[in-house]
Design a protein around this ligand. Structure first.
Ligand code: ADP
Ligand code: ADP
Length: 229
């Protein structure tokens, strides 16, 4: 079943600015794709519609069978459990340990402590953060901080992970490392969507690329097309 579908989606912000117009695409299970385009092209807006930080003006966003237009009230939080979000500035709580930052989404949904411990340690191991669970975010390197942000987004086992400029604050070597980490996720059935203005980095990943230009989807490049370049 398709994980996500945008059906002729437009978004106009109050004040009149059109951030997306008539955007159409679908994401399949286990697919990894990039959203690229200039600053202001609409990348963040597109991702915000998926985790309901914004609503479309026209068109429909479908998450599996769920029409997000109909997701209101308490259901918003339930929907967000199935979409992991990674931010450029990772938004970690600076006064909480690595463990506590990652555990937070599970605590909020009322999971038992034993189960939380298991899940958090499993994701820490997977992301190479096993030794760092007691550290505070400020004691970590930039790359480690971003890995904690990814761990927090993954710990709830979302069907889809969305990341907005996740390497925006990292040097090229660390950026490549974090991208390789994202690329390993689809093997576990999680689809991944990454917004990045860094076209060179995106092309090197040889994944599907959606290109936005002033809110219009102008290209949908397949990995095969990139292999020819
Ligand atoms: P990108 O992530 O590609 O840089 P954005 O989705 O952040 O693009 O923004 C797309 C356009 O919408 C930009 O022109 C931006 O200024 C505008 N925009 C974004 N958020 C808002 C908002 N809350 N209110 C008004 N305009 C906005
Ligand atoms: P992001 O990295 O998420 O795109 P931005 O720095 O573009 O964040 O924007 C920060 C906040 O300001 C966001 O909530 C965005 O919706 C809002 N915003 C961006 N552009 C505009 C704008 N032109 N007018 C009003 N709000 C905006």
């Amino acid at each position: 079943m398709t994980v996500l579908r945008f059906d002729n989606v437009s978004k106009q912000y109050p004040g009149g600015h059109v951030a997306l117009s008539d955007v159409q695409f679908a994401v399949e299970p286990g697919e990894m794709l990039f959203i690229t385009g200039h600053s202001g092209a609409g990348k963040s807006t597109l991702l915000k519609l998926i985790h309901l930080a914004e609503r479309p003006t026209r068109g429909a966003v479908l998450f599996g069978e769920r029409n997000l237009l109909k997701v209101r009230g308490r259901r918003i939080a339930m929907h967000r459990r199935e979409v992991g979000v990674v931010y450029q500035d990772h938004r970690l709580l600076t006064d909480r340990s690595v463990f506590d930052n990652i555990a937070l989404p599970l605590i909020l949904r009322g999971m038992k402590r034993g189960e939380i411990g298991k899940r958090v340690r499993s994701v820490l191991e997977r992301l190479g953060l096993g030794e760092r669970e007691r550290a505070l975010p400020t004691q970590l390197s930039a790359g480690e901080q971003q890995r904690v942000g990814i761990a927090r987004a993954l710990v709830g086992e979302p069907r889809l992970l969305v990341a907005d400029e996740p390497t925006g604050n990292l040097d090229p070597t660390l950026s490549a490392e974090i991208m390789a980490l994202f690329a390993s996720l689809p093997e576990r059935g999680t689809s991944v969507m990454i917004a990045s203005h860094d076209l060179a980095l995106v092309k090197r990943m040889r994944k599907r690329v959606l290109v936005l230009d002033h809110g219009t989807l102008v290209d949908d490049i397949s990995p095969e097309d990139l292999a020819d370049e």
